[in-house]
Ligand binder design. Sequence first.
Ligand code: GLN
Length: 286
Amino acid sequence: MVMTYRELLKAKAAELAEQGVENSGFDCGELLGKALMLDCRSAEFRLRLDDSADKAVSAAFEELCKRGAQGEPLQYIIGEWEFCGLPFKVGRGVLIPRQDTETLVELAVNKYKNTDSITLIDLCTGSGCIAIALEKQLDCHRVIGVEHSQEAAEFFSENVKLNCSSAELITADVLDDSTPDRLPDADLIVCNPPYLTADDMAALQREVSHEPAKALYGGEDGLDFYRGVTRLWKNKLKEGGTLIYEIGAGQEDEVMGILIQHGFTQVRCRRDAAGINRCVLGIYDP
Ligand code: GLN
């Protein structure tokens, strides 16, 4: 007997749950949407659920579910994910945009929404999600992302096209002494660096372990990038310019301390929707 899509969905969700996939119901909905080439939140998708499942679609769905069962993140399987209401291409080799990171975008937008023609630098830009989301919400003269990984840089370029963005890319190591010389002075520098500790890396969720370690690991204590970036990039800020970091849970005191040591003022942190201190910012006015 041929199953309906609804029955297929239910069966696969149960199977994936058994194989250790959290939120398997949600994931299977997304994957069936991809197999049907429909947005799983659309009315059209819901209308199709009681149709008898087509053989080719079932096979495609089966294939996608197999990847999910092996622990590949849903976002990589789908190949595209939303951040701040915009679509971003993602896949192996680039960090998946997190909802937590929207906190950094909101903070920057609140601070600069009434300022004309800013120059913005996004360090460790990855997919470009922060740079492009800010470009859409602020009046930007230039937006420049800096990314070391060639693989991630390719996603950045695809996302610039996808979002009709003018963000520029510099492929370079943000911790290399000579990289700042390649960029103009900025009003705002934002950075979501790798910040997981050695202990965090040893205890990664199965899905996260598919993401590039280089985008996650911030050195033994997770703070290497905060120390290095603050030292190297503070002089790229125009007078009164702002540096905003995303941080990991519990890193606020140390990261605020680093900013203060380097002469930043009005140093403070900001919570995310879950109540965790997620960003640290400071003003550089030497
Ligand atoms: N927020 C990511 C995680 O918890 C870490 C990203 C990062 O290191 N910037 O997996």
